[in-house]
Write a protein that binds this ligand. Structure first.
Ligand code: ZN
Ligand code: ZN
Length: 366
């Protein structure tokens, strides 16, 4: 996308945001969730709050970020604060602009700060919880965003492929995780997108087994679930390997998860409800007799955050649309034996979905 087109696409979002404010009967909205701020204004710093009004968007930053914000940001007027807190600066701005009805992100405004705003603002100012205002825009990715996600997903997959030959009995989960994270950074990741999961043997039955001091032994499953962040966008992938010679049951759960995972990718398409996508994976695992061993949802949206809407679970009613980017990650976990999970990132296309994660998924014993 050229510079002009990108600016147009962004400007469209700004208009959509103002329309959403009007529809909600608001003349302002308070945005403090940093991924939302990054999405709207391209600000990458760690502290800022934004006040959206029908005329103009304001970004309040402190003196540390004055220079950086001036370089990075767009579509907003910068308010540099010094000697006052974000909330004090906000109160001043709200009073000056004579705003009356202000939405706020109820998931991200601490009660402490809410209390301050309530006390300091005139009682005529209404504060109204307003969720998903920016998230609703973020849920559909632009081609530029999809390109960034593809890039970080490929980087992550390449690093995983380079790790496979290090997996052998005697190495600790922690050493594998450290090496993995080191390689991600070397290849250009800004940071990991969440704490790296390396879970071997009995620990692989814990869906979120953060890497521990456990030593990898012969005849064990080992689950790697990890991701990186680059240009603000996240990746998330899971592969499960086997060290040694697998039992029949291990092969059976692996093949079941792989079948559930690929079946879901083959049939996922726009117009489906998230719970129907979940059903694609879950029905196969249930038929194999492991329904009660698959406790989590089948996937989640991914973008500026590693977990973001839409969530793909048993009761999720949201409808998948072209341009959404989600994970597909069924698993089976047998206490005492181990667990298997396989996870790709896919982008919903006009007719189905395209898998972005290039790493092989066939059973691999090392
Ligand atoms: Zn994952
Ligand atoms: Zn995931």
């Amino acid at each position: 996308m050229g510079r002009l087109n990108r600016a147009k696409a962004q400007a469209k979002e700004i208009t959509a945001l103002k329309d959403a404010l009007r529809q909600a009967g608001l003349d302002g909205a308070l945005i403090r969730h940093l991924p939302n701020i990054r999405y709207l204004f391209h600000f990458t710093g760690s502290t800022a709050v934004a006040l959206l009004t029908l005329e103009r968007f304001y970004l309040i930053v402190d003196s540390r970020y004055q220079l950086q914000a001036a370089q990075e940001t767009r579509f907003c007027s910068l308010v540099s604060r010094s000697g006052v807190t974000n909330e004090e600066a906000l109160v001043n701005l709200i009073k000056r602009k004579k705003l009356r009805k202000i939405g706020f992100e109820s998931c991200y405004l601490p009660v402490f700060h809410f209390g301050f705003l309530r006390r300091e603002l005139p009682s005529s100012v209404k504060l109204k919880p307003l969720d998903h205002l920016v998230e609703d825009l973020r849920i559909i990715k632009t081609p530029g965003e999809i390109a960034k996600i593809r890039q970080v997903v490929e980087l992550t997959a390449n690093v995983f492929d380079s790790m496979i030959r290090l997996v052998k009995p005697g190495i600790s989960e922690r050493d594998l995780a450290a090496e993995l994270e080191h390689r991600l950074t070397q290849r250009g990741a800004e940071q990991v997108s969440f704490r790296t999961i390396v879970a071997s043997g009995y620990r692989s039955a814990m869906p979120h087994g953060i890497a521990s001091d456990k030593i990898v032994r012969q005849n064990e499953l080992i689950v790697f679930d990890f991701g990186a962040m680059k240009d603000g966008y996240c990746s998330d992938m899971t592969r499960t390997l086997f060290v040694g010679r697998p039992s029949r049951e291990v092969r059976r759960i692996y093949d079941t998860v792989l079948h559930a995972q690929t079946h879901t990718e083959e049939h996922l398409k726009p117009g489906m409800k998230a719970k129907e996508v979940d059903r694609l994976a879950r029905s196969i695992i249930e038929k194999a007799g492991y329904g009660d061993r698959f406790g989590h949802g089948t996937g989640h949206g991914i973008g500026l955050e590693v977990h973001e809407p839409p969530f793909i679970g048993r009761r999720q009613e949201s409808v998948l649309e072209r341009g959404m980017v989600v994970t597909v990650e069924p698993g089976i976990y047998l206490p005492g034996i181990g667990g298997v999970r396989i996870e790709d990132v896919v982008v919903v296309t006009e007719r189905g979905c395209q898998v972005l994660t290039p790493s092989p998924k066939e059973f691999l014993a090392v």
